[in-house]
Write a protein that binds this ligand. Structure first.
Ligand SMILES: Nc1nc2c(ncn2[C@@H]2O[C@H](COP(=O)(O)OP(=O)(O)OP(=O)(O)O)[C@@H](O)[C@H]2O)c(=O)[nH]1
Length: 476
């Protein structure tokens, strides 16, 4: 630093007009404002210096005279430095004088005696330039700082919060969460209804309305109110009493339909035709089923029978790859029944255990859809009169009442033999499954509780009923 400072003094000395003599004591402990001013002056000097030098090139005699003056100044400054080296604020002055080092180096060498230069070199060592200090490596991210020697602290640093890995919910938790809106709404309305009220005809009627609004259907609503009435008529009733009776009655409705999907493996392959409105989860459910069956050691073939949508064909290819199933597909727009027939023949010839056929679900063009599905069923029956052995319909749990109409339609078109309700992990309106079961009594094989390959669970009547009623089975 000291050498830099002396060099600066000499560069100023080259231009008497632009560089007023700075008294050493003014410079030794400058304030920040002074340093800034100094810097500004310095910058203007740098710009002016070449022009001035051009106009008035000093003679050799003048140069010698100036050098002698500069040497005298330098010695004075050096003396001061020797006395006060330790108090110099290096960060400020070095920044200013560093700019002139090259310019002044020559003059320093010319003017200062060897002894003086040595002294300056020592001073420099003791006050290293700021940019050398700023080269300290930045701390490693996440590394705890360790105080350098000579420092201490009593403060303890709070440990960095460690982000918890997001816990994957179990299927029952996802089901409960999906049905939470239905159950929470029902519970709060029921609680409000029975607060300080005895069970009478009016409260029973109000309860029946609430249950119908929750999509449970008239039949199930009546079962619940009848049971409640026979157990508690004229007595005080709590919300919990109603939830318990509701869960019991819903279980009774659902138990007969909670059946496993029965595979007749004598058929080789057992043919499952999957139908349902677009977006209800047909392709995803096929992928999940293929995963379960392949894992259990069965040979599975898929048929991309939704020839209407390129994305559906592509999606099924991805699922086949993921699950190790074989796949038969054809060009976009080709005849779906022809493809189903070809897939059936191939699966038979290659000894596949299960063939799962995807289909289009364009309800907007009901006539075409009906013709296409009927044709698929017809051509499959040519190879085996019992085929398709299962006609599985997917229902989207978020659609509510509309799902009831969809079952009606597909039952008539394709002879649906069983159901899968998907998206029960979303904001589901699961009550409709109770109404569908009470009306159609079709087996419900599985429920979809997510988009992942393992998010398909066998349907369990009690779990489902308790989730709707907002009850929790211990240990689940
Ligand atoms: N959250 C959730 N999403 C699901 C579930 N099942 C399917 N999905 C999603 O629903 C969307 C539609 O599913 P698809 O399997 O393509 O439905 P699709 O009936 O085959 O529809 P198309 O191919 O249009 O005929 C996709 O984004 C799926 O990931 C489920 O159980 N839970």
């Amino acid at each position: 630093m000291a050498l830099g400072f002396i060099k600066k003094m000499f560069s100023f000395g080259k231009d008497e007009q632009a560089a007023p003599v700075v008294a050493p004591e003014e410079v030794i402990v400058p304030t920040d404002e002074q340093a800034i001013e100094e810097r500004q002056r310095e910058e203007s000097t740098v710009e002016l210096a070449p022009e001035i030098a051009e106009e008035a090139e000093p003679s050799t005699a003048e140069q010698a005279e100036t050098a002698a003056d500069e040497a005298a100044d330098a010695r004075a400054v050096l003396e001061t430095l020797r006395d006060q080296e330790d108090s110099l604020p290096t960060s400020i002055t070095d920044d200013i004088v560093g700019r002139h080092e090259d310019e002044a180096a020559e003059t320093v060498e010319d003017v200062l005696s060897d002894e003086d230069q040595q002294a300056l070199a020592i001073a420099d060592e003791q006050h290293p330039a700021t940019d050398e200090v700023s080269n300290v490596a930045p701390p490693e991210p996440g590394r705890e700082p360790v105080l350098p020697a000579g420092f201490s602290t009593t403060a303890t640093r709070a440990p960095e919060p460690v982000a918890e890995p997001e816990k994957r919910l179990t299927w029952i938790e996802r089901l409960r969460r999906g049905l939470a809106r239905t159950s929470a709404q029902l519970s709060s309305q029921i609680t409000a209804l029975f607060t300080k009220r005895r069970l009478d005809e009016d409260t029973l009627q109000d309860l029946e309305d609430l249950l119908i609004q929750a999509d449970l259907g008239v039949e199930t609503a009546l079962r619940i109110t009848d049971t409640l009435s026979s157990e508690r008529y004229g007595k005080d009733v709590t919300g919990e009493d109603v939830s318990r009776i509701m869960a019991g009655e819903i279980t009774k409705v659902l138990s007969p339909v909670a059946k496993p999907l029965e595979l007749d493996l004598n058929h080789k392959p057992h043919v499952i035709l999957v139908v349902g409105v677009n977006g209800t989860g047909k392709t995803t459910t096929i992928g999940k089923l293929a995963a379960k069956l392949s894992r259990s050691g069965l040979k599975v073939m898929l048929a991309a029978g939704d020839t209407f949508r390129a994305a559906a064909i592509e999606q099924l290819h991805i699922w086949a790859q993921r699950t190790g199933a074989d796949i038969v597909s054809s060009k976009l727009g080709s005849d779906a029944a022809g493809l189903a027939y070809e897939a059936y023949e191939k699966a038979r010839a290659s000894g596949h255990d299960v063939l799962i056929i995807d289909t289009a679900g364009r309800l907007q063009n009901k006539k075409e859809l009906m013709a296409e599905l009927e044709k698929i069923v017809r051509v499959l029956a040519k190879l085996d009169p019992d085929a398709p052995h299962t006609v599985l319909q997917t229902l989207d749990a978020t659609t509510g009442q509309n799902a009831l109409n969809q079952v009606e339609i597909f039952r008539n078109i394709a002879g649906v033999s069983g159901l899968v309700m998907t998206k029960l992990d979303g904001t589901a309106r699961g009550g409709i499954l109770v109404a569908i079961s009470a009306k159609h009594k079709l087996p419900v094989y599985f429920i979809g509780v997510g988009e992942g390959v393992d998010d398909l669970e066998p349907f369990n009547a009690r779990d489902f009923a308790e989730a709707i009623a907002g009850l929790q089975t211990p240990n689940k």
